[in-house]
Design a protein around this ligand. Structure first.
Ligand code: ATP
Length: 300
């Protein structure tokens, strides 16, 4: 067994050294061979791919938040090497969705122990960008843009931009094309969902499952989004979804046409302004290490 630990030192403003010290003691105790790859923000993909090729790990653990999980997934595409998540980011949306233990040492033990490896879907946007959890255009993308440009991280910084954007409500008009049919939509946001909830806990829909070979587009009209946020922030109540009228479209492939170029964010990374989005699912593209706690597998 050879384990590669992929660590983002900055995610969630959390010092990873205490965890890495404990993890190395644990791995040494069991004579498990391991290497640590730390991201720097420069040429990370290329460098990680080189390390993977040279070290040939049996399993990979992604240590950070959603951005780190996505980054590790992309580096491992087409290698067949399975990966798991150790959540040490700000909100860890994908890890929460996948029922990963929120205790990092337990998450590490789960990755080492488990032989339950399942195909996790990945989204490809405009033939070049990837998304594992949730992407969107509209109000949330603006929040993410503010957050990304701020030197501070963590939930407090996120909410600063969140409140700022709530005051500005820009309406976007767009057409969704699925299987040759066009659906006209208008609202403050359109979410691209491989999963149900943002890392903040705000639910977007109740049907997304990253193991089902499909994604959902959720059109969020003005009023519902405000309500959604209030509910999301106060009690994270999923039953609220039943009261919202936002349309939800399931697809394996879709094209979205915007009247004006719109800012796109995918898994917390600001991509830029786009006037057209071509989205497709790469069904089961990631060999994901999970365990019996993962309720999503029972929902299929
Ligand atoms: N050591 C580093 N220093 C600066 N930037 C880095 C470093 N490592 C990665 N990055 C950059 O940070 C971004 C990934 O961080 P991101 O915040 O998306 O991660 P995350 O794991 O989702 O954490 P968080 O939950 O805090 O958002 C990428 O743009 C990446 O290039």
């Amino acid at each position: 067994m050879k384990l590669l630990l992929v660590v983002n030192p900055i995610s969630g403003d959390i010092d990873k050294e205490p965890f890495l010290n404990e993890a190395s003691q644990f791995l040494d105790h069991y004579s498990i061979q391991y290497e640590v790859f730390k991201t720097t923000g420069k040429n990370d993909l290329e460098n990680l791919q080189k390390v993977v090729k040279a070290f040939q790990p049996t399993k990979v653990a992604s240590i950070g938040g959603d951005g780190t999980t996505l980054f590790t997934s992309i580096a491992l595409l087409d290698t067949g090497i399975p990966m798991g998540i150790i959540p040490l980011g700000s909100a860890n949306g994908m890890a929460v969705e996948l029922f990963v233990s929120d205790e990092p040492m337990q998450a590490l033990r789960d990755i080492i122990m488990s032989d339950m490896i399942v195909g996790l879907d990945l989204l490809k946007v405009n033939q070049e960008h990837y998304c594992l959890h949730i992407g969107d255009v509209g109000v949330n993308a603006q929040i993410v843009k503010g957050y990304s440009s701020d030197p501070n991280r963590g939930m407090t910084t996120y909410f600063k931009y969140f409140i700022e954007q709530l005051k500005e409500k820009k309406i976007i008009d767009y057409k969704i094309e699925i299987d040759g049919k066009l659906y006209e939509e208008t609202g403050i946001m359109m979410a691209i969902c491989n999963a149900r909830k943002f890392g903040t806990g705000v639910p977007l829909n109740s049907i997304s499952n990253p193991f089902d070979g499909k994604f959902e587009l959720v059109a969020i009209p003005e009023m519902n989004f405000e309500d959604l946020i209030i509910v999301g922030l106060s009690k994270f109540d999923e039953s609220f979804l039943e009261d919202t009228n936002g349309n939800v479209y399931s697809a394996e492939k879709a094209t979205i046409h915007f009247d004006q170029p719109q800012l796109l964010q995918l898994d917390g990374e600001v991509i830029g302004k786009e006037s057209k989005l071509e989205i497709e699912i790469l069904s089961g593209a990631i060999n994901y290490i999970t365990n019996g706690n993962n309720q999503l597998l029972h929902d299929l």
